[in-house]
Design a protein around this ligand. Structure first.
Ligand code: NAD
Length: 367
């Protein structure tokens, strides 16, 4: 049965990088037995200009009936003066909320060819392959009460509330344990149970879920601050890290920098089983290089590969894409952001074409 991919290129470099991922889908449709139809729409500043809102109801409808959503990036200086609730970034937040995308997956993978791009020594990051699973719709970013209150004595008070219910901890736990079973079968759960009640509950509920359903997976608990330190000291000790919204925000940024390049980092946001996931590069719309042909499309192509693996049940196609990307890098083909001495610098389109050339080579070899 034909599967449906909603495609939301967005702003800045979004349309340029998504175009290359779309070419990969079209190639797989024509040459590798994939059967995915594409439905394009607008999000972010482009949607605001066209529809007056950054994520229209019609677009939400299209996303809800899709099997997966591939997004580029949103935002840009031309929308800086737009009202807060209509800014491009508000469109993305609405999409995440309406689609109930509570699990954010951020792999931190170091390709051998890019091992020198990391700020850490090659021997520490070589072969690194971590998956951070961050709770995305709860915790201190959403908890009530929140706000800034005037205390009337020349002082003000800022309040945010860290709050988690058992069901939220359990559902993100399920995602982490299930994914670990498909990897090296290890989960590190991070919180601050030593100083926060919400952390104590997180640890207890994660342990109970583990004992009840996932005792075949190795579970370790780690304080989030220790995890931040261990990520720099010995990152390869981790397989899947599961953590809350706030700690996940920080730890996933830290882990992604171990890989050295923003242009290489994909992400997935998943909702309840069967609902469409949203796949997008970690980076933003890079207005400074939009239209110059300098953007690296690999993070978007790798996001497509995550969509194939996690929403479209085509892990086989995901593997072909990932191997092709690896081969392109091994051949010294680089966009400007990952350029190294002795390599060949190419444009966004040329990088996309290089990935497709590798896909064609793999097909010819398999024939
Ligand atoms: P950014 O990620 O867009 O850019 C940071 C730096 O990395 C820039 O120098 C940029 O040129 C470079 N870069 C990013 N992606 C690249 C790629 N694929 N290839 C080569 N170089 C790349 O972050 P920013 O400049 O802080 O934000 C720009 C806009 O993007 C803002 O409006 C921000 O709100 C938005 N933003 C959107 C998302 C999203 O859509 N999920 C995420 C972050 C930022």
């Amino acid at each position: 049965m034909t599967q449906k991919l909603a495609v939301l290129p967005g702003d800045g470099i979004g349309p340029e990088i998504v175009a290359e991922a779309v070419k990969v889908v079209e190639w797989l449709n024509e040459n590798a037995g994939l059967d995915v139809s594409l439905e394009h729409d607008l999000i972010g500043g482009q949607a605001y200009d066209e529809y007056g809102v950054p994520f229209a109801d019609e677009t939400l409808g299209k996303c809800k009936t899709a099997d997966a959503i591939l997004m580029g990036s949103v935002g840009g200086p031309q929308w800086d003066s737009v009202d807060y609730d209509k800014r491009p970034e508000a469109g993305l937040l609405r999409a995440r909320k309406e689609l109930e995308l509570f699990a954010n997956l951020r792999p931190a993978l170091v390709f051998d060819a890019l091992v020198d791009a990391s700020s850490l020594k090659p021997e520490i990051v070589k072969g690194l392959d971590i998956l951070i699973v961050r709770e995305l719709t709860g915790g201190v970013y959403f908890g009530e009460p929140r706000g800034i209150e005037d205390l009337g004595n020349g002082q003000r008070r800022g309040v945010n509330t860290q709050v988690y219910d058992t069901y939220e901890i359990e559902r993100i736990g399920h995602v982490a344990f299930e994914l670990a079973r498909k990897r090296s079968n290890r989960v590190t759960s991070c919180e601050k149970h030593n100083v926060m009640e919400s952390g104590k509950l997180w640890k207890e509920d994660m342990s109970a879920l583990h004992a009840a359903e996932y005792s075949d997976v190795k579970l370790e608990h780690m304080l989030a601050d220790n995890c931040a330190m261990q990520l720099c000291r010995n990152p390869r000790q981790f397989d899947v890290i599961v953590t809350d919204n706030l700690f996940g925000d920080l730890l996933s940024d830290e882990a992604s920098m171990l890989t050295g390049s923003l242009g290489m980092l994909p992400s997935a946001s998943l909702g309840i089983l069967g609902a469409p996931g949203l796949y997008e590069p970690v980076h933003g719309s890079a207005p400074d290089i939009a239209g110059t042909g300098k953007a690296n499309p690999l993070a978007t192509i790798l996001s497509l590969s995550m969509a194939l693996r996690y929403s479209l049940d085509r892990g086989d196609m995901a593997e072909i894409i990932e191997t092709s990307v690896q081969n392109v890098l091994n051949d010294g083909i680089r966009t400007a952001d990952i350029m190294a001495e002795g390599s060949k610098e190419v444009s966004t389109e040329e990088m996309g074409a290089a990935v497709i050339a590798e896909l064609s080579k793999a097909k010819a070899l398999a024939a």
